[in-house]
Write a protein that binds this ligand. Structure first.
Ligand code: BES
Ligand code: ZN
Ligand code: ZN
Length: 484
């Protein structure tokens, strides 16, 4: 982890790119104005760069004293919101990176009032944009340290935002690892490390245990790979928990499609098919830091989907522990098969909330694009809650219907259900309807989040760069923190 310093009085140093915010019409907070005067930066130099302080603008100037100043446009003070703050500090950090800065200093924007939400967002944008995955580069360009100047009253909120961003960055680090490094067993090791760091209970089921527990989906999908499957169960239990939450994450460490092998252009980037699992681990990291009042169980079915002599095949019929029989129509619709085991197991824990997250369908990306996750839940109140948190976090979600008329699509011919719809229309919905078959009646609230679009992006987008985004870690960490 890079060192972070929090101080009150700004000091400009040669080795640090110095980030300041600027409201429209080049209005600065008084402490920043003083610094600019000292550095000999007048308004004319900013005007010459066509910088006005509007939201989304960014400019940089090397001062006569040899300091690199970066200006983040904030627009109108009273129109500022969390996402604008994240984007503004995020673009400034990206500008600093473009200027090859390795150390950052930033003056917390002047929000004009005590505003914890904006201070947290400032930290989120700062640390999400500072992230880079450089483990395998011989020449590192990563940010080495960050100094932040802010008032004591917003310090706690700043550190809260830092916890959320670092939880998301932890997720990004694992998602970005390739399939030759993160096998199901390696993912289980990550879970164990996390659990021992925060004092969580952690059980890992190996093949024998999977057989005993009748986890037929995980066993079937896992059989086609030399790297054996695992099932991970982490438990966080505070004293007298107010609620019980189960989180489930799809952990396909690589999705080749299996015997229904993917064509080249669709197989690329399928190391990200474990993003749901990694998000669950990231949420658990945030929980370890924030210690909420609710009991949380993290469940991860982990497999590698490969074609092999032992691989499961189209036409195979699986009979799940809850009695449902499933005919395989495509070995590439593997995510729902392993999630089914986890949802049955999770239902037996009798949770108040069960939320699964998965890079489940290409259809969801077709429907919503790369920047929005699909949200499915029969519970209107819970949908509203999640959507409103998601608007605040900038991890965009959009509700899609669990349309009963589409249930016909996954009715089996020689089994109860099949793992793919009869037509390809509504593919994200039929996948969600499939999952619903494995959510027990006793589960009060269930939601499914299809993160196939936003989990991994291939171009720069707001405070993210190429690669994993860590969605929806921040939204769900906030949800759980607020639960009582
Ligand atoms: N992992 C894929 C879904 C996916 C696609 C994730 C693109 C991220 C980006 C999933 O296992 C899959 O292959 N789904 C199939 C389902 C089909 C066979 C019904 C798909 O979406 O094409
Ligand atoms: Zn697949
Ligand atoms: Zn998949």
């Amino acid at each position: 982890m890079k060192p972070v310093y929090f101080a009150k009085k700004p000091v400009v140093r040669k080795e640090e790119a110095f980030i300041v915010g600027c409201y429209e019409n080049l209005r600065f907070d008084s402490s920043v104005s003083e610094l600019l005067d000292k550095e000999g930066i007048g308004r004319e130099s900013l005007k010459a760069l066509n910088f006005k302080g509007e939201a989304g603008e960014v400019a940089s100037i090397s001062t006569p004293r040899g300091h690199l100043f970066i200006f983040a446009g904030l627009g109108r003070k009273r129109e500022l919101n969390r996402e604008k703050v994240r984007k503004a500090i995020g673009s400034a950090v990206k500008e600093a990176k473009g200027r090859k800065a390795k150390k950052l200093a930033a003056v917390m924007f002047d929000f004009g009032r005590k505003n914890e939400g904006l201070a947290a967002a400032f930290a989120e944008g700062l640390f999400l944009a500072s992230y880079s995955f450089e483990k395998y580069r011989s020449e590192k360009k990563e940010i080495e340290s960050v100094t932040v100047y802010g008032t004591e009253e917003l310090k706690e909120a700043f550190y809260y935002g830092k916890i959320l961003a670092e939880a998301a960055n932890f997720t990004r680090d694992i998602v970005n690892e390739p399939g030759n490094v993160i096998t199901p067993e390696a993912l289980a090791d990550k879970a164990k490390d996390l659990a021992s760091r925060y004092g969580f209970k952690c059980k890992i089921f190996r093949e024998k245990d999977l057989e005993k527990k009748n986890m037929v989906g995980i066993l079937a999908v896992g059989r086609g790979s030399k790297n054996p499957p695992r099932f991970i169960h982490i438990t966080y239990r505070p004293e007298n928990p107010a609620k019980k939450v189960v989180l489930v994450g799809k952990g396909v460490t690589f999705d080749s499609g299996g015997l229904n092998i993917k064509p080249e252009q669709y197989m690329k980037k399928m190391k990200m098919d474990k993003a749901g699992a990694c998000a669950v681990l990231g949420i658990m990291k945030a929980i370890g830091e924030l210690k909420p009042a609710v009991e949380v169980h993290a469940l991860i079915p982990a497999v590698e989907n490969m074609p092999d002599g032992k691989a499961y095949r189209p036409d195979d019929i699986l009979v799940y522990k809850n009695g449902r029989s499933v005919e395989i129509h495509s070995t590439d619709a593997e995510g729902r098969l392993i999630l089914a085991d986890a949802l049955i197991y999770g239902s037996d824990l009798n949770p108040d909330f069960m939320i699964d997250m998965a890079t489940l369908t290409g259809a969801c990306v077709v429907a919503l694009g790369h920047y929005t996750s699909g949200l499915f839940t029969p519970d209107n109140g819970f949908a509203d809650k999640l959507l409103s948190l998601s608007r605040e976090s900038g991890e965009k979600m959009w509700r899609l219907p669990l349309d009963e008329d589409l249930e016909e699509e996954i009715k089996g011919t020689q089994s109860d259900i099949q793992n793919v719809g009869k037509s390809r229309y509504g593919g994200a919905i039929t996948a969600a309807l499939f999952l619903k078959n494995f959510v027990g009646e006793g589960v009060k609230t269930w939601a499914h989040i299809d993160i196939a679009g936003p989990a991994f992006i291939e171009k720069d987008w707001k405070y993210y760069g190429y690669g994993a985004t860590g969605q929806p870690v921040r939204t769900l960490a906030e949800l759980i923190k607020e639960m009582k």
